[in-house]
Design a protein around this ligand. Sequence first.
Ligand SMILES: Nc1ncnc2c1ncn2[C@@H]1O[C@H](COP(=O)(O)OP(=O)(O)O)[C@@H](O)[C@H]1O
Ligand SMILES: [Mg+2]
Length: 236
Amino acid sequence: MLKLENISSGYYKKRVIENISIELVENKIYLLVGPNGAGKSTLLKTIAGILLPWEGKILFKGKDISLLPCFERAKLGIAYYFQGGVVFKDLTVKENIDVAGILMNKKDFKKELEKIYEIFPELKKFESKRAGLLSGGEKVQLALSMVFIRKPELILIDEPSAGLGPGVVKKVMETIKVLKNEYSATILMVEQNIIEGIKISDFIFTMEAGKIIDYAVPSNKYDLNQLEKLYFGYKT
Ligand SMILES: Nc1ncnc2c1ncn2[C@@H]1O[C@H](COP(=O)(O)OP(=O)(O)O)[C@@H](O)[C@H]1O
Ligand SMILES: [Mg+2]
């Protein structure tokens, strides 16, 4: 559903990612790992259209979207989840979801809202609570719901567990898995907590210095040890 052909991009004169060619198929979770500064966020931004590629082609469901700005890519079904997730702290849970669905037709929105409340009964329970008062895990549920309610087909998720306590990471990963299954979406996710990330992922890309250097199906404990040692300098 997404194909990158020899993509390079960066900021101003600084080339960050180089000659990246990957292909994502439907209904899978792809984990993108690698050390800080490898270019993981830059790759997600280039797919979302926040940055335009300097070279190469991006094909989404067969259509060349390389030169489309981010809002056009969003309309086609590509969503971007900012590091930490974006919610409006002073608005209630329901008001946040209303904002997310502002461009949807009312009937469709109502149906999708019911579905979200079914998946996350906590959000219904806290409908009139201010988002700023939610726990870390609930906040991520809300932020992810605001992305999924528009039924995107490809979701780019940058470090969903950033800033959250270790106990919450597991819950966040489970939330992502539940949403992926409910919406049959394709997810490309950057996550530093490889141990938890790998549990819900179908494939792992490893990035180093702007290049994809490895592509693997998570299989056993050995993979984890090797990854952690190679890129983070410690063993599991
Ligand atoms: N807005 C920016 N302007 C200039 N350079 C940037 C910007 N954002 C990131 N970079 C640089 O691009 C490189 C890759 O960054 P990034 O994609 O954020 O890495 P990662 O997400 O893997 O940690 C780093 O050297 C970083 O300093
Ligand atoms: Mg990053």
